[in-house]
Design a protein around this ligand. Sequence first.
Ligand SMILES: Nc1ncnc2c1ncn2[C@@H]1O[C@H](COP(=O)(O)OP(=O)(O)OP(=O)(O)O)[C@@H](O)[C@H]1O
Ligand SMILES: [Mg+2]
Length: 497
Amino acid sequence: MNERLFEELDWRLRVFDSLSFPTLILKPDKIILTANQIFLQRHGVTLEHIVGKHCHEVFYGGDSCPNKVCPFTKVLSEKTGTSVMRRHTTRTGKRLYEDRVFSPILDDDGNVAYIMESVRDVTRQKNLELALKETEAFVEKVILGSPIAIVAADRYGHILLMNPAAEELFGYANPFAVRHITADQLYPPGIASSIMRQLKDNKGKLPAIESTIINSIGERIPVELTASIIYEDDEEVATVGIYTDLREKRAVEKKLKETRAQLAQSEKMASLGQLAAGVAHEINNPLTGILFYATLKLENLSTEDPERADVQAVIDDVKRCKEIVQNLLAYSRQSSPMKDIIQLNAIVSQSLTLIRDPKMFRNVRVEREFSEDMMLVHVDKNQISQVIINLVMNAVSAMDGTGVLTLRTYRDKAANRAYLEVIDTGCGIPPENMSKIFDPFYTTKKPGEGTGLGLSTAYGLVKENKGEIRVKQTSAQGTTFLLEFELYQTIQDIEPT
Ligand SMILES: Nc1ncnc2c1ncn2[C@@H]1O[C@H](COP(=O)(O)OP(=O)(O)OP(=O)(O)O)[C@@H](O)[C@H]1O
Ligand SMILES: [Mg+2]
């Protein structure tokens, strides 16, 4: 062999031997031509053992190859390299993963003369990959199963992930719909960009803030939001938002606030009632005295006496004072009701006929929306008439004589309640006045036009008759006062058990 050729062969053999992966050279018919040193070492064989053998004899020790698909077919037909991953278990039970790379070695005519097969042990990488997959699957399960709504979006705002809790919160049950929205559509205008700004100002982490989202049907929902930007190599790749629905918490807070206000209101009414009762009692006796002596004086004066007019004025004013005292006593529930069983509709109709000044109704259309259901109530009809008259007078004056007054009755048999609504189209009650309207002497009317005893008297009388009175709603379009009484049950009403 000439020296050049020897040298050429020598370095090629050395390269082959120094490959760090176990490597074989095979003929296209899968007969082993040679193997490098590391292959022999790993498999504990010598060249004599394997040269001339079929590859499956060396790898699997059998007469035939257990693999249905052989990479040789691909290498031979396409003349390009290919690789397969093989898993096998060693005799000691250790699971190994091998990446077997098959590369064609072409002859001068471009045909596959030999195939080089390198075996790379990728057990470590494969185990890491499997562990990662397991971790990913676990994280996915945690995210998907979380009762907290989680949404991730890419840097352009496209939704990457919306867990089932978020789908429920945002109302996107269809994953297809989610693909067609962007993160800014989940918030009222301007909010998404403000959140992004805060995120960037806080190094990509936003501690819990209260915010508002918009669901798929346009409803605004209060939420607590925490968000963070996910970076990869200092590059922003996604944003994750975690949302807690605050609707239930808000509803509980509102209820608590209302209950506190109601409690404060009834405490105030109770102490004002005591005060009113005290004043009324103290004043009632001297007034009775003044009225008695003034009436006596009038009777003793001759019909022409010029003093008659003065004494009559004293009597009229004392009577007015006594009326106020009566109202105060009604408010402080010192009057004793004389209860009858009566139809609620009948009391309402009767009250309307009792209103002294029909001129008040000039431009007021009165609508009666009476339920035809049986609505018997056990009340003092005169007292409840007074309540209705007070409410109607207030409604008419709130409408300044022009508008629609609706009197609506209905019942809730299951709750055992009968209701009357006095609805006006008047000016409404400003929120800051709401806590004061039932106070005695609270009025927004000019002096001489109202004493501010109408609602406080009504409150006392309704309570005396075991009912409820409240403002059901009020706005610049009008006010609805609601009266509520227990339904009186007749024998037929009581369901047989
Ligand atoms: N339907 C209503 N619409 C708007 N405001 C109302 C209505 N009813 C009551 N109010 C407000 O509540 C206040 C208190 O009412 P209340 O009936 O106790 O006294 P008043 O009507 O002012 O005087 P009085 O009834 O003694 O003649 C009123 O002055 C008014 O400001
Ligand atoms: Mg009034």
